[in-house]
Ligand binder design. Structure first.
Ligand code: SF4
Length: 996
């Protein structure tokens, strides 16, 4: 070697991490970001965000990138299981899929042939509800719902009955232009990345203020410019007090109100009469207003009227009509809502309430945002500019998971509308396909059911009056959860949290079969865990179970699995096709619609099948009409991907809106056999953009309304008039007062009268009103950590390194008063039960409130964790002390612990007392129940679980023979359906790939 020659070492500084990259949609939380999954030799090496995706634009969070460890979780189920020991024992035998499907079809078939409503089909955080709900309707049971009833149905229903939309999937702040942003009760795992990036934009903009109203200052609240540590359950009172201040100061957008809301509509004032409180209407049924120029009654929907907003008007029949605006002012300009009057209840000083009201008014009316974009309204009037009030609001479960949540959510929308800030520049904006008519269609189906017959529609929908309730001739509930009955008339998402209780109690009737999907109902998705376990295991004297049969599908060995009779093991989200549909819970933005798919990026290495495939297969075996051709053959032999591409809910409208027809149609169009390939080629999503003149004022914008009708989102391109006063609610009240053909049973009348107020009200949450404040002086709530999503996150080897135990957080002041310090153990006692917990003190919490992270505490033996894992020994679950039912109030009847309008689970109504554990009591938490046993034959849990360990290298080739055969069979089937081959992936277009 020449000693003077420079040695040139070849060091590869950027080695390929992958030989293939596939796009799909994340499912590590509910946000549905686009991801790129990097694969080498068929195993996952790395996950990052898809920069082109409309939801996250390349951003990925810790949960999303940790999806690898969920993919290789030791908690994954590996094969269908049939129970052989007692329920709860975990004693199962492995069976083949043929046997599992035959058994499931046999059980389902027997129930359908006898009385289909004896099937209770409930799913958890299911992202295929448009399929599962439709399947229930085809099967013939009204007893279907997903997790919405125990999450945020108050938020959804409150919005859909007020402004035709709501937060999160329904709408978003105008992140670019907002100047004043208020967050109410928002935890960090919903709409996660979009909110984080949106907050980032606001924080980097001069003159923008973020106010967070939340009893706990964590996550988003910790970066807010102002934190308001409100007392739980009093948000409605705070909002109505702000409204009073705005009305008194005349700081409302009167022009906006007249144009877009029902404030001018006349309400019949005839107490005791059958139409008292309904809108005065002309012969055509149109609501009336009084025109101050013409000095006469006019149709309120006519363009360019000059309505009188105050005073009483004489109607054609001589009775009086009062404009909604007058009723609003009468209601809210009341000393009961004065800041001084609500300060003690809310824990917010009067001066702060006044200041927040003034700041909102200032931002709305002195910092107007103007976009030089002409647009035409619904009546054909051209506007040269788009002018907006730059105030936006976002809210979630914190304000809705109370027994007064529905009205609180309506109050929040009233505030937005009074400020003129809905779908305007700088305000809060609808996401497609919202806004919808108020309320949206269709109505719930299921009033009647018959053997081997569908119910002619979807079990969940929107009622407009008592005649739409799902009750029998005596007014008794027909659904097992009593949804859409006089108990909870507007239960738009059902009441999943009482299904097991009612099925056990036979109230209103016993069911034969409970079929659940990814709902951890024996643990963190249950109120009252100890009794729930009793519901699942209780037997009649003859030794048969009170809930006779339970089928459960999940991907993981959760706390619920041991209580089922038949387990249909699901795949992970990286192993299956899926559909994020506009028919379900969309991922659109305010600038245009979007939907997405998941494609399998790896093949299962276990004998598991996607639940959606299984459901379609079962539907075909049961000969459900929508899944079977006239000749008896399967309508979707390619299973879920076949359904995604070829199912039509109504002519031209299918699960996916992109690339329909010949590939050039959007929204509507014939099924396109190449549709899925088009999605895959585009990174697994589709999006479109509204024309510029359709991006704001969508509720009244001609360009938008025509677009929405063309896309099949609305039956007519009519404007949507915000219903600040709800005639639909008043109809229920009239029924309770003795009017009409459909009236509540005697015992329900007062409850309906009290809570079906057509204008938003506030009342003390039921539990607080029902227990002694001395005995239970504290509120107890949960928050969800940014890095976890339900129990899925807390079984993930990477995420567990961030949090693997939870504490009860208490305010420093309260802790000092009680002589408590960090790491002390306390008994947390409610009127229902008690649980032991370690504490941590903090300053950022309302002093009357204690809180903890949700779903960290695990039951021993579940989730593939070691029995001594901190989650199972020191973690605790507040659910043990939350009652699923309200105390009996005379007559022996107990309502669900829920909102009386919608049935939303009132998780955050919980009241507790703390008591320091006696010496010797501190330590392992109770009650966590005895350990559940893991089924025999499950792979042993590795002692050390890390990326790169043996689990990573499992491939399809290692899968059991049956699984490999099925994968081959599945591929074969799919290849008969054009465009549905699961084998194709989309290689990242790198230079290397281009050379191939
Ligand atoms: S926010 Fe949710 S969906 Fe998005 S990357 Fe994180 S876990 Fe995945």
């Amino acid at each position: 070697m020449n000693p003077f020659e420079t040695v040139r070492e070849e060091v590869d500084c950027t080695p390929d991490v992958a030989d293939e990259v596939k796009t799909t949609t994340c499912y590590m939380c509910a946000c549905r970001c686009g991801i790129r999954v990097y694969l080498r030799d068929g195993t996952i090496r790395y996950i990052d965000g898809n920069p082109d995706h409309p939801v996250n634009k390349g951003v990925i969070c810790g949960k999303g990138s940790a999806g690898i460890m969920t993919q290789y979780s030791p908690a994954r189920l590996t094969k269908p299981l049939k129970r052989v020991g007692p329920r709860g024992s975990g004693d199962f035998k492995e069976i083949e899929w043929d046997e599992a499907l035959s058994l499931a079809a046999e059980w389902l078939g027997e129930v359908r042939a006898k009385d289909p409503k004896k099937l209770a089909f409930f799913t958890g955080r299911d992202q295929s509800q448009s399929l599962t709900g439709w399947w229930a309707g085809q099967y013939g049971t009204p007893n279907f719902a997903a997790h919405g009833g125990f999450c945020s149905v108050n938020m959804a229903a409150g919005g859909l009955y007020s402004i035709g939309g709501s937060f999160w999937e329904f709408g978003e702040p105008d992140w670019e232009l907002t100047k004043y942003f208020m967050l109410f009760g928002v935890a960090e795992d919903h709409d996660s990345n979009p909110i984080k990036t949106g907050l980032g934009k606001m924080k980097s903009r001069e003159g923008t203020k973020i106010v967070s109203v939340n009893p706990v200052r964590t996550g988003y609240s910790s970066i807010a410019d102002e934190w308001i540590g409100i007392r739980p359950g009093t948000d409605g009172l705070f909002i109505l007090s702000i409204i009073r201040e705005l009305l008194l100061a005349d700081a409302i957008d009167l022009d906006y109100l007249v144009r877009y809301t029902n404030v001018p509509w006349l309400v019949i004032d005839a107490p005791g009469e059958a139409d008292h409180g309904l809108f005065a209407r002309n012969e055509a049924g149109d609501p009336l207003a009084f025109d101050q120029e013409k000095q006469t009654l006019v149709p309120a929907l006519d363009a360019d009227i000059r309505p009188q907003l105050v005073g009483r008007q004489r109607l054609a029949d001589g009775r009086a009509g009062v404009p909604v605006f007058e009723l609003l002012v009468e209601r809210y300009v009341d000393d009961a809502y004065a800041p001084e009057a609500v300060a003690a209840e809310t824990g917010i000083p009067a001066a702060q309430i006044r200041r927040i009201a003034a700041e909102l008014a200032d931002a709305a009316f002195t910092e107007t945002v103007t976009i030089d974009q002409p647009w035409t309204d619904w009546a054909g009037r051209r506007h040269e500019q788009m002018i907006g009030r730059p105030v936006s609001i976002h809210a979630m479960r914190g304000i809705s998971a109370h027994s007064n949540g529905f009205h609180t959510c309506r109050a929040l929308h009233l505030l937005q509308v009074l400020l003129g800030s809905v779908d305007v520049p700088g305000g809060w904006r609808y996401k497609a396909p919202f806004p919808k008519p108020i309320p949206p269609g269709p109505k719930p189906a299921g009033k009647t059911s018959a053997p081997n017959t569908g119910i002619g529609g979807m079990p969940l929908g929107f009622v407009k009056g008592p005649e739409d309730l799902i009750v029998d001739d005596d007014g008794a509930p027909i659904r097992i959860d009593k949804g859409y009955s006089w108990d909870y008339p507007i239960s738009a998402h059902g009441l999943m949290h009482v299904v097991l209780h009612n099925a056990w109690a036979g109230d209103p009737y016993p069911v034969d079969l409970v079929f659940m999907y990814m709902a951890n109902m024996a643990w963190n998705s249950a109120m009252n865990v100890p009794d729930t376990l009793k519901y699942l295991t209780d037997q009649h004297e003859d030794g048969t179970y009170k809930i006779p049969k339970i089928i459960y599908s999940d991907a993981f060995y959760s706390e619920t699995v041991p209580y089922a009779d038949l387990i249909l093991p699901d795949t992970t989200y990286l192993e299956r096709w899926d559909c994020i549909s506009l028919l379900d819970r969309p991922i659109s933005s305010a600038d245009g619609p979007a939907d997405a798919i998941r494609q399998p990026v790896v093949a299962p290495d276990r004998d598991v099948r996607p639940f959606q495939d299984v459901l379609i297969e079962l539907g075909h075996r049961l000969k459900l009409p929508g899944l079977t051709k006239e000749d008896g053959s399967a309508k979707f032999p390619g299973l879920y991907p076949d359904y995604m591409a070829n199912h039509e809910r109504s002519p031209g409208i299918g699960p996916l809106a992109g690339w329909r027809g010949d590939g050039n149609s959007q929204g509507t169009g014939a099924a396109n056999p190449d549709q899925l390939q088009a999605y895959v080629d585009n990174g697994c999503f589709w999006k479109a953009e509204f024309p510029d003149d359709a991006k704001y004022f969508k509720h009244a914008n001609r360009s938008y309304l025509d677009y929405a009708k063309r896309m099949g989102w609305m039956p007519k391109a009519d404007p949507i008039v915000f219903q600040l006063y709800s005639e639909d609610l008043q109809k229920f009240r009239l029924a309770a007062e003795g009017h009409g053909a459909h009236q509540p049973p005697e015992a329900q009348r007062q409850r309906i009268k009290d809570y079906f107020d057509p204008l938003p009200i506030w009342y003390i949450p039921f539990e607080e009103a029902g227990v002694s404040s001395e005995d239970f002086p504290l509120h107890a709530i949960t928050q969800r950590p940014m890095h976890m999503y339900h129990s899925w996150g807390s079984q993930n080897a990477w995420l567990r390194q961030i949090t693997n135990r939870n504490y009860l957080f208490v305010s420093e002041d309260m802790a000092a008063e009680r002589g408590l310090k960090d790491d002390d153990w306390v008994w947390v006692t409610s009127h229902h039960g008690r649980v032991k917990a370690p504490i941590r003190t903090m300053s950022g919490v309302n002093r009357h409130t204690v809180w903890t992270w949700n779903a960290i505490g695990k039951r021993k033996g579940a989730w593939g964790l070691d029995e001594d894992a901190p989650e199972a020994t020191e973690g605790f679950l507040l659910n043990h002390v939350i009652s699923d039912l309200l105390p009996e109030k005379g007559g022996g009847y107990r309502y669900a612990n829920a909102d009386p309008v919608t049935g939303q689970a009132a998780w955050y109504d919980l009241r507790v007392q703390l008591e320091k554990c006696a010496p010797g009591e501190a330590g392992e938490t109770v009650p966590m129940q005895v350990a559940v046993q893991s089924p025999k034959n499950r792979p042993a849990r590795p002692a050390v679980l890390r990326f790169g360990s043996a689990t990573r290298d499992r491939k399809t080739a290692d899968a059991p023979v049956a699984a490999r055969e099925w994968i081959a069979h599945r591929t074969e089937i799919a290849e008969t359906v054009p465009g549905v081959s699961p084998g194709h992936g989309n290689r990242l277009q790198t230079e290397e790939a281009g050379e191939e």
